[in-house]
Design a protein around this ligand. Structure first.
Ligand code: FE2
Length: 393
């Protein structure tokens, strides 16, 4: 996150003595990325962040691959993923490659009696159903329907849901998730043409300092394993921090769409970038206004990029029979395009209410067994179908 933020108390200069009223030194931690060359934050703890009391038995959460090589258009009913009580238990990975994992979660509740840390990947949580707040050592971020939460790797967090039926789309990125570079000036400030700006950011707030000793279970994800670590002090014992490495959020409803007289291609919908993929937000917007405009997209051959679409709400213009929470996977190598009737149907329309998240991995994804349990059979033949109802739920 190229945006400086600070909360709590910090010393006037970095790397100098910083003591409490009793004269005891606070314990400084540099949380850095990409060695010492990426974004970082300086965090001031009450106690060293290194007090490990116990290590539990690690266990695997490695996704099981069902299809390692794919050239078929596929679809999956995300809302068919059954609810589970626990946040981590409910997370299921659907698509994987070396740059990212894409999955879903349907938890009734959050991380009740443990903390979680993803040591491998930045996490991008998209909240489709539910509301609550994420708690970290950097402060708290409330979330609701339509929010993206970016939780950089190494961030210990707890997630609390204030609702019972929650659904999330989760991307794990093995490189930092960034704001698209082309939206920013040389200093990292968002330019006037960007579809969102700094005022839309949901930054950590309400820093609480927990001065507690005990047994604090942190489930650490690394290399497809969960390592249960028990620490002797509360992970959120921070009195202050500053820097550019911290979790943040932004609502898809704050994405201001860019429209034109004729069809605008997907890059105008871009929300995030990382090494090896982009994420786009398709939001309600006015349609193209050339008198002969065709608002539906043209058929396109994404020769060297897979395309994952997650349908959130509204009447998705290019697809027939699409439900909320449904995913499509259109692999690189073959063309795809609007469903039968969708092009004609779009002509003359002035606006769309579609809401969707698109993830374009630049390298092919593998499909997991968990995904196959949600598969819509014979989706690849759906361009043979007659036009049907556009959205059923
Ligand atoms: Fe596409």
């Amino acid at each position: 996150m190229a945006y400086y933020h600070r909360l709590g108390r910090i010393p006037r200069k970095r790397h100098i003595q910083f003591r409490n009223h009793a004269g005891r030194l606070y314990q400084k931690e540099l949380v850095g990325t990409q060695g010492f060359s990426g974004v970082s934050s300086l965090v001031y703890h009450l106690y060293p962040p290194t007090i490990v009391k116990e290590k539990g038995e690690p266990y695997s959460v490695e996704p099981e691959i069902a299809i390692s090589k794919n050239l078929s258009a596929m679809s999956f009913q995300g809302f068919h993923l059954p609810y589970a009580d626990d946040y981590l238990e409910s997370r299921k990975t659907l698509f994987v490659n070396n740059d990212l994992h894409v999955g879903l979660a349907a938890p009734h509740s959050g991380t009740k009696d443990y903390f979680f840390k993803n040591a491998d990947a930045d996490e991008l949580l998209f909240i489709h159903k539910g509301h609550g707040y994420v708690e970290t050592m950097y402060g708290q971020i409330p979330f609701q329907y339509g929010d993206y939460l970016v939780i950089p790797r190494g961030t210990i967090y707890r997630i609390h849901f204030l609702s019972n039926q929650n659904r999330l789309l989760i991307t794990e990125s093995f490189s930092p998730i960034r704001i698209p570079r082309r939206y920013c000036n040389q200093s990292g400030q968002l330019l006037e043409h960007a579809p969102f700006c700094e005022r839309d950011f949901k930054l950590p707030q309400d820093l609480e300092t927990h001065d507690e000793h005990g047994d604090f279970l942190v489930k650490i994800k690394k290399q497809g394993m969960i390592y249960p670590y028990v620490y002797g002090t509360h992970p959120f014992d921070v009195v202050g921090w500053d820097g550019q490495h911290y979790p943040w959020g932004i609502s898809i409803f704050d994405f201001e769409p860019i429209t034109g007289r004729i069809h605008m291609p997907p890059p105008i919908h871009q929300q995030f970038e990382a090494d090896g993929f982009v994420t786009c937000s398709f939001v309600p917007r006015l349609y193209d206004y050339h008198p002969q405009a065709i608002p539906a997209p043209y058929h396109h051959s994404n020769i060297d990029s897979d395309e994952i679409l997650y349908y959130v709400d509204g009447d998705f213009m290019s697809r027939n029979n699409i439900r909320k929470g449904q995913l499509t996977l259109h692999p690189g190598g073959i063309p795809h395009g609007p469903h039968p009737g969708a092009i004609e149907r779009s002509i003359g329309k002035t606006a769309t209410e579609e809401l969707a998240v698109m993830i374009d991995p630049f390298r092919p994804v593998q499909i997991t067994k968990a995904a196959m349990e949600l598969e819509v059979e014979d989706y690849y033949k759906s361009w043979l179908e007659e036009p049907g109802p556009v959205l059923q739920n």
